[in-house]
Design a protein around this ligand. Structure first.
Ligand SMILES: *Cc1c(COP(=O)(O)O)cnc(C)c1O
Length: 350
């Protein structure tokens, strides 16, 4: 095996991957000497227009450095400090953001709902909303959903519309954590608008890093009223990039060439490939429908130990447990074959 396989980290997460050529190309094109800072440049304007084209609607677009700040700032623009945000119990905003959404919204409380396959169900959502109506309960104001979910499943438009109807009925907003929205769109095979604003999404955090960017996520306000003074919010929280053009230009590179979709399709396809190869092994249980770029498997604990001893690095605490194997825009067939071989060995030899 070649030198690059001494670190067996290929399936740990999609943010272990490098930067895709289209993003680098975007940076190079924008690197033309001096230009206006803080998003006053033509590259930022171009990227914002490309988003409006992609979503086929007028929307407000902001760029921040990472997904945690995108979520925290978006959510804090949707609620006041005495409000609550409802999400699935496995949501990144609850489990992986160190309390940032609560911190940046000055104390808004996250309330946890349940559902099948990493999704929040309409029943659970409504139960939380109707649990109490008195002044002592943090008033539910936002429903946050993750698309694709933390366990690699995808909400269909009709599932989102069902959730949207509940939020509408109770005067709440709908937030989408789209760290892997590209994977969901590739999986559904529909246009971006059909799974976002047409399903009632008010604010979208559109992830670029896991799709091939170096850094930079987009916060997109379909409900433009909520964007009021968002620029001040970004600045105060340290998320107003001075050389913003280099975030924006990466996005332009992805959007102009449709690499965002190509990259997502690639990652999804390889997750499917992995599923196909592991599905036939009796000792392995596929935990969730493989609808995006993640595959969750149940392995005997001895197999997990074997794989770890062999040097494989993967996570077992994400979503609802199990071994999570993530594919990215640059996953390769030989990498798939390599891990599958070791997984097979882990069952025979342990
Ligand atoms: C990766 C990820 C994010 C963003 O995380 P950062 O490390 O802050 O960029 C947000 N939501 C989900 C579901 C993610 O998987």
């Amino acid at each position: 095996m070649s030198e690059k396989y001494t670190k067996k980290i290929h399936f740990a997460s999609d943010n272990y991957s490098g930067v895709c050529p289209e993003a680098i190309d975007g940076i190079n094109k924008a690197n033309t000497g001096c230009d206006y800072p803080y998003g006053e440049d033509r590259w930022t304007e171009e990227a914002c227009d490309l988003f409006r084209e992609l979503f086929e609607t007028d929307c407000e677009v902001y760029f921040v450095y990472n997904g945690t700040s995108a979520n925290a700032l978006a959510l804090s623009s949707m609620c006041k400090s005495y409000h609550s945000i409802i999400c699935n119990e496995s949501a990144h905003i609850e489990t992986d953001e160190c309390g940032a959404p609560e911190f940046f919204s000055n104390g808004a409380k996250i309330l946890l709902g349940k559902g099948q396959d990493g999704k929040i169900s309409p029943g659970s959502t409504e139960e939380i909303i109707l649990r109490r109506s008195d002044i002592h309960y943090p008033k539910p104001k936002v429903l946050s959903i993750t698309q694709s979910t933390e366990v690699g499943t995808v909400y269909k438009p009709e599932e989102l519309v069902d959730l949207y109807k509940i939020t509408k009925k109770h005067d709440m907003g709908l937030h989408m954590d789209g760290a892997r929205l590209s994977n969901a769109i590739a999986s559904l095979g529909i246009s971006p608008k059909e799974i976002t604003w047409q399903c009632g999404v008010d604010v979208l955090c559109f992830g670029g890093v896991k799709n091939g960017l170096m850094y930079g996520e987009a916060v997109i306000f379909f409900n433009k009223d909520l964007a009021d003074e968002f620029d001040y919010h970004c600045k105060q929280c340290g998320q107003l990039a001075s050389k913003m053009r280099f975030i924006a230009a990466q996005w332009s590179g992805l959007l102009k060439t449709k690499a965002w979709l190509k990259n997502a399709r690639h990652a999804n396809q390889y997750a499917k490939e992995l599923e196909k190869k592991l599905n036939s092994i009796e000792e392995i249980k596929i935990m969730f429908p493989c609808e995006a770029n993640a595959l969750f498997i149940n392995l005997p604990s001895k197999s997990i130990e074997y794989l770890k001893n062999k040097g494989w690095h993967f996570y077992t605490f994400i979503g609802e447990g199990g071994v999570r194997l993530m594919c990215s825009w640059d996953t390769k067939t030989e990498e798939i074959n390599y891990i599958v071989e070791d997984i097979k060995n882990s069952i025979v030899k342990s």
